[in-house]
Design a binder for this molecule. Structure first.
Ligand code: NDP
Length: 466
C-alpha cells in the first residue's frame, strides 16, 4: 500500500449533483470528527465565486441533523474554487498554483465519463498528477472493452495503485458485515456450501422510478447500473473463500476469483423488464427498450458452489425499497417437521441492517410440526454509522484500497454480463408496484435440486411491512 496521506483534495465537477448530495456531507462529517486536514478545491466550468461555492456547501450540509455553525465555519475556510473548462491548460495551471506545496493531491472526478480523458491528460501535463491519487465514479465503462479503454487512459498518467474506483456499495456497513459475519463465525462455515445451501437470492428493490434522471437511465439500465457492480459485489462477498490475510489485496483477489468463476450469462439466464410509464418519462425514448428491472440466475463454477443457483434481481417501481440476501438451506430429511420453508440466513442490507436466521421450533399442541421463527443476530435501524462516502474518502486519503473496485474485478464483472447487454433479450412490461414481469418467476424452473420457489420471502413477513 502506498501510505502517504493526501494533502489536498480536488473535486472536478464541483457544481454537480454528487458533490452536493454525497461529498459535502461526507467532508463535513470528517471535519466534525477532526479527520479533515487538507484544503478542498472545487473545479468546474460554472462561473461561480468562492461565496457561491461556500453557499452551495452550506445548503448541502445544513439540512442534516446536528449541523454545527462552528464546524461549518472551519470547513468553509478549507474551500477553494477554480472555474474553467476541464480541458483548458489555464484551468490546470490555476489548479497547480492553488495546490501550492501539496505533494500528494487526491483528484476526485465527479464528472461525466466523456470528460475523464481530457482531465487525466491535462492533470499529467500540468504536473498536478505528480504524487497524486485519482478517484473515479462508476460507471467504469459501458462494457468490457470500454472499461479496458478507461483503465488504459488512467494508466497513461496514474499507476494502478493510485487509481481508486469508487463503488459506494462497498463502503456500506451492512455490506462489510457480510464479510465479517461470514469469516468471523466458525459455526457458519460447515453449511456454507453446496451440500447444505439450496439457493441464494439477492433482491435490490426501489419503490421509486427514475426521478427525473431519464436521460441518464437511458444510457444505463438496471444491468449496467446495479447488477454489474453492486449486486455482483454482494455475490463476491457471499461466495468468496476466506482471504488469507485481511489486507486489501487479499480480499479483493478472492472476490475477483469469484467473478472469474461465474459463468457468463446466457439469454435464458436473464429476464429484463420495464415498468409501464417509463417511456413517458422526460428524456426517455418513446420506443425505449432499456430495462428498469432485471433478474438473473448465476452459476458459480467452484467446488463450494457447483450446482447452487444464485438469483439476483433489481428494479425500479417495485412494491418497496430494500436490499436483501436470502441464503436458503436445503430441507431436512424429515420433511413433515418443516412443511413449507427450510432454514435460511437473511441479510437485510438496507434500509435497516438485519442479520437473521430462520429456524423451526415445535408448534404447541399435539402435532409434531415445526413453525418458522427468526433468530435476529443484528437488528438496527441506520444509526450513527459512518456514511459510505465518508468512509471511502477517508480510506482513499490514506491510500487504503480495500473497499474500492480493482481493474481486474471490474473487468471480470463485465465479462459476466457482457453477453446479455443491449437488446439480446426481450424487455417485458410490468405494472409499477409489482415485483417485475412474471417471467422472472420462472428463472428457477428446471433447476435440479432447487426446491424453493425463487424470490421467497420469510414466512409470515409481508413484503411491504418489512
Ligand atoms: P452531474 O450531471 O451533476 O455533473 C457534474 C458536473 O459536471 C456538472 O455540475 C457540470 O459542471 C459538469 N458537466 C456536466 N455535463 C458536462 C459535460 N458534458 N461536459 C463537461 N462537464 C460537464 O453529475 P453527477 O454529479 O450526478 O455525477 C458525477 C459522476 O458521478 C458521474 O460520472 C456519475 O455517473 C457518477 N455518479 C453519480 C451519482 C449521483 O448520485 N449523482 C451516483 C453514482 C455515480 P459545470 O458545468 O459547472 O462544469
Amino acid at each position: 500500500m502506498n501510505v502517504h496521506h493526501s494533502d489536498a483534495l480536488v473535486f472536478f465537477g464541483a457544481t454537480g449533483d454528487l458533490i452536493y448530495k454525497k461529498i459535502f456531507p461526507a467532508l463535513y462529517a470528517m471535519e466534525r470528527r477532526g479527520h479533515l486536514q487538507a484544503p478542498v478545491i472545487g473545479v468546474a466550468r460554472s462561473d461561480w465565486t468562492i461565496e457561491q461555492f461556500r453557499a452551495r456547501a452550506r445548503a448541502s450540509v445544513e439540512k442534516h441533523d446536528g449541523f454545527d455553525e462552528a464546524v461549518f465555519a472551519k470547513f468553509q475556510e478549507r474551500l477553494r474554487y477554480i472555474s474553467g473548462d476541464y480541458g483548458a491548460p489555464a484551468t490546470h495551471a490555476a489548479l497547480r498554483k492553488e495546490l501550492g506545496d501539496a505533494a500528494h493531491p487526491l483528484h476526485y472526478l465527479a464528472i461525466p465519463p466523456s470528460v475523464f480523458e481530457k482531465v487525466v491528460e491535462r492533470l499529467g501535463q500540468s504536473g498536478c498528477a505528480r504524487g497524486a491519487r485519482v478517484i473515479i465514479e462508476k460507471p467504469f465503462g459501458r462494457d468490457l472493452s470500454s472499461a479496458q479503454a478507461l483503465s488504459a487512459t488512467l494508466h497513461t498518467v496514474f499507476d494502478e495503485s493510485c487509481v481508486f474506483r469508487i463503488d459506494h456499495y462497498l463502503g456500506k456497513e451492512s455490506v462489510q458485515n457480510l464479510l465479517v459475519f461470514r469469516f468471523a463465525n466458525t459455526f457458519l462455515e460447515p453449511f456454507w456450501n453446496r451440500t447444505y445451501v439450496e439457493s441464494v437470492q439477492i433482491t435490490m428493490a426501489e419503490k421509486f422510478g427514475v426521478e427525473g434522471r431519464g436521460s441518464f437511465y437511458e444510457e444505463s439500465g438496471a444491468i449496467r447500473d446495479v447488477i454489474q457492480n453492486h449486486l455482483l459485489q454482494v455475490v463476491g462477498f457471499l461466495a468468496m473463500e476466506s482471504p488469507t490475510k485481511t489486507n486489501h489485496e487479499a480480499i479483493r483477489d478472492e472476490q475477483v476469483k469469484v467473478f472469474k468463476m461465474i459463468r457468463p450469462l446466457k439469454p435464458e439466464d436473464i429476464v429484463r423488464g420495464q415498468f409501464r410509464g417509463y417511456r413517458e418519462e422526460e428524456g426517455v425514448a418513446r420506443d425505449s427498450k432499456v430495462e428498469t428491472f432485471a433478474a438473473a440466475r448465476l452459476r458459480i463454477d467452484s467446488p463450494r458452489w457447483d450446482g447452487v443457483p444464485f438469483f439476483i434481481r433489481a428494479g425500479k417501481c417495485l412494491p418497496t425499497t430494500m436490499t436483501e440476501v436470502l441464503v436458503m438451506l436445503k430441507p431436512p430429511a424429515i420433511g413433515k417437521l418443516c412443511a413449507g420453508q427450510a432454514n435460511y440466513v437473511r441479510f437485510r442490507l438496507s434500509p435497516d441492517v438485519t442479520i437473521a436466521i430462520g429456524a423451526r421450533v415445535k408448534r404447541p399442541g399435539e402435532e409434531l410440526i415445526g413453525d418458522l421463527t427468526e433468530l435476529k443476530v443484528v437488528n438496527h435501524p441506520r444509526g450513527d454509522e459512518m456514511d459510505a462516502y465518508e468512509r471511502l474518502l477517508s480510506d482513499a486519503i490514506v491510500g487504503d484500497g480495500t473497499l474500492f473496485a480493482s481493474q481486474g474485478g471490474v473487468e471480470a464483472a463485465w465479462a459476466v454480463v457482457q453477453p446479455v447487454l443491449g437488446l439480446v433479450t426481450p424487455v417485458h412490461d410490468y405494472e409499477p408496484g409489482t415485483w417485475g414481469p412474471s417471467e422472472a418467476e420462472k428463472l428457477g424452473a428446471g433447476i435440479c435440486g432447487c426446491q424453493s420457489p425463487v424470490w421467497l420471502l420469510p414466512d409470515g413477513e409481508d413484503e411491504e411491512s418489512k
